[in-house]
Design a protein around this ligand. Structure first.
Ligand code: SAM
Ligand code: SF4
Length: 313
């Protein structure tokens, strides 16, 4: 039923030129300093902050019946916003499907229960290593046991299949040998619905020298994973279906736009659909899909995005 609804919204939105999904950044603060993330490396030119309740409520009410999903992600850690699960509950009660991208380092038992009670539909958890040593190479400042504890609590409290739990494993040179054990996680934590391996990429914002040394440090050198190996390249970007809104209301074509060069306007001042109207063409969406914007050159997905699902319930 949900799939049918989603397909209808997708087809209608293509014709109307609306996004299928809005990605909202509740905050651009982060508790970790992942070395290859534009949030972790302070590449952002925007001030740091948190979305305000009033702005959120106005935005979510505008989206009702017009977009399928509201996802909470962006250039920071969404769970650092104290009202996050209240926001998710508000969207859920208005019939909007919700998704949360998180590093899962901030959950205690009551926060996991709060997440479940909010009606959250999907949670995507970044787990880039099975031991503290491999995990913290990318998730600098993070603690892998906090992620495992979150998976355990989700397994204890999850009800009627919600939220759908996707574990994302960013493959890098330090954790490449752990791939063989990765699917065992699903046996240990029954809450897990899917495990997906994604190639870690180096954003092109670095100077040539740093870029080369980071490539050498992080990109897997095991040929089983690259170019026709385990991971399948996807030359297209999926973000043409999405709109990205910063914590302070900037509507951009992609979360990777650190400097706001693709800013279309401020949705808190102009209203989401008024601002979105300027981007309402099939041609502009095609530019994103085919990675033809200037910002695509420095994106972490500027190399063909590679991924593979290694477990699905
Ligand atoms: C920017 S984070 C924001 C949400 C949250 N803080 C998290 O880590 O999931 C969104 C996603 O981008 C991914 N990401 C960040 N830098 C990346 C890189 N250089 N290569 C591949 N994925 C990256 C993260 O692993 C995460 O799954
Ligand atoms: S990947 Fe997520 S946790 Fe890591 S620095 Fe970026 S926003 Fe923070």
């Amino acid at each position: 039923m949900r799939k049918l609804f989603r397909n209808i919204v997708r087809q209608v939105n293509i014709v109307r030129g609306l996004p299928e999904e809005v990605e909202l950044e509740p905050t651009n603060y982060c508790n970790l300093s992942c070395p290859l993330c534009i949030a972790g490396r302070d590449f952002q030119e925007d001030p740091l902050g948190l979305i305000e309740d009033e702005n959120y409520s106005r935005l979510v009410r505008e989206l009702v019946g017009r977009v399928y999903r509201l996802s909470f992600s962006g250039r920071g850690e969404p769970t650092l916003h104290p009202n996050l699960f209240q926001y998710i509950g508000e969207a859920h009660n208005l019939g909007i499907n919700t998704l949360l991208n998180t590093n899962a380092n901030t959950f205690d038992d009551s926060r996991v229960q709060e997440a479940i009670k909010s009606g959250l539909d999907r949670i995507h958890i970044g787990l880039d290593g099975l031991t503290q040593t491999t995990y913290e190479r990318f998730r600098r400042g993070g603690n892998v046991n906090r992620v495992f504890n979150t998976l355990e609590r989700l397994s204890a409290h999850k009800k009627n299949g919600a939220p759908y739990v996707l574990v994302i494993f960013n493959l890098n040179r330090y954790n490449q040998n752990e791939l063989v054990q990765l699917s065992d996680l699903a046996g240990e934590y029954p809450a897990i619905d899917k495990i997906q391996v994604v190639m870690t990429s180096v954003p092109g914002v670095y100077t040539d020298q740093d870029y080369q040394s980071l490539l050498h440090e992080f990109i897997p050198d095991d040929s089983r994973y690259i170019d026709g190996g385990l991971l399948t390249p996807n030359k297209r970007c999926g973000d043409y279906k999405r709109a990205f809104v910063t914590w302070n209301g900037g509507l951009r074509r992609c979360w990777n736009d650190t400097q706001g060069t693709t800013n279309l306007g401020n949705v808190f001042q102009g209203g989401f659909f008024n601002v979105w109207g300027t981007f309402n063409t099939i041609a502009t969406k095609k530019e994103v899909r085919q990675k033809k914007l200037d910002i695509c050159g420095t994106c972490v997905q500027s190399v063909p995005f590679m991924s593979r699902v290694i477990y699905k319930r």
